[in-house]
Design a protein around this ligand. Structure first.
Ligand SMILES: Nc1ncnc2c1ncn2[C@@H]1O[C@H](COP(=O)(O)OP(=O)(O)OP(=O)(O)O)[C@@H](O)[C@H]1O
Length: 269
């Protein structure tokens, strides 16, 4: 698959504070890619360097395609109608609005509503539509569903999937692990100014190795354990229950959530 973005040895400091210490990663054409990291890890800084909104100190950034940017916070005049805004931005960008993308975002349903009448989710959709007026190949979304209710999140996810289906590459920063797990093809975790992990959520689970969350249910209640290996450890755990004379009624095993893996990697464990 071709690369939409290639980042090599990217560094960025604010005064004496070095935030990016040599980032290396690529985003493939047509994928939904998430940049993850704890608060202050440098996600926005990385995105803004790639978008050209921020200077960086060294390294290289190669972009193959036109970029569209949905900023974390933005505003429009109170009485501007949604479709008016889209047309204005399209005129500014000397493009004609991409009907399929606008339909995917449900903008025609909002066409005649003034900006102040839009809900947070509808504003988010409109700003995404404005980012699309450049007819971009690559879309940057900084925490796209922050502040949206569950319904708003689900519909924006669906719209992001539709944008992928019409060929857009999407790179987003997010704190929402459930969102990332459902939506993204690949993730990169920023930690200590570098990429600590890159790959699919499944690959992250595999890379974190033999780690299991075990819940053992008895008549006396449920107890949770974290085991490194499932064979001997689980067996000896069950033997302990038997020795205590407690009957095990149920066992649940999972390989750890994205959240658990993320916290371990993002905090440098
Ligand atoms: N303009 C700036 N001047 C000085 N320091 C800055 C500036 N912008 C960001 N920083 C610092 O750089 C670090 C990374 O910030 P950045 O906003 O890129 O992180 P982030 O991962 O996007 O965080 P969050 O999840 O909180 O949005 C933080 O320590 C922040 O305080």
């Amino acid at each position: 698959m071709n690369e939409a973005i290639n980042i090599s040895s990217l560094t960025k400091s604010y005064g004496t504070h070095t935030v990016l210490k040599g980032l290396d990663f690529c985003v493939r054409q047509g994928e939904i890619f998430a940049l993850l990291g704890i608060n202050g890890a440098g996600k926005t800084t990385s995105l803004e360097c790639i978008e050209g909104l921020r200077n960086y100190d060294s390294g290289s950034i190669t972009i193959n395609g036109i970029m569209g940017i949905q900023l974390q916070s933005a505003s429009l005049p109170k009485y501007m109608k949604a479709l008016e805004a889209v047309k204005l931005f399209a005129k500014w960008n000397k493009t004609s609005p991409d009907r399929a993308a606008l339909e995917a975002l449900g903008i025609y349903e909002l066409a005649k509503k003034s900006y102040y009448q839009l809900s947070t989710g509808q504003k988010r959709r409109l700003h995404l539509a404005l980012a699309l007026t450049r007819n971009p190949d690559i879309l940057f979304l900084d925490e796209p569903t922050a502040g949206l209710d569950v319904e708003g999140q689900i519909s924006l996810h669906e719209q992001i999937r539709q944008l992928k289906a019409i060929g857009k590459t999407i790179i987003l920063a997010s704190h929402d692990m459930a969102e990332v797990e459902k939506l993204c093809d690949r993730i990169a975790i920023l930690s200590g100014g570098k990429i600590a992990f890159i790959g699919t959520v499944e690959q992250l689970g595999e890379a974190m190795g033999k780690h299991y969350n075990i819940t053992i249910q008895t008549e006396n209640g449920a107890e949770r354990y974290e085991l490194e290996n499932i064979g001997d450890s689980l067996l000896s755990l069950l033997m302990q229950y038997r020795a205590k004379g407690e009957t095990v009624t149920d066992i649940q095993i999972d390989r750890g959530s994205l959240e658990q893996h993320f916290i371990k990697i993002a905090k440098g464990d």
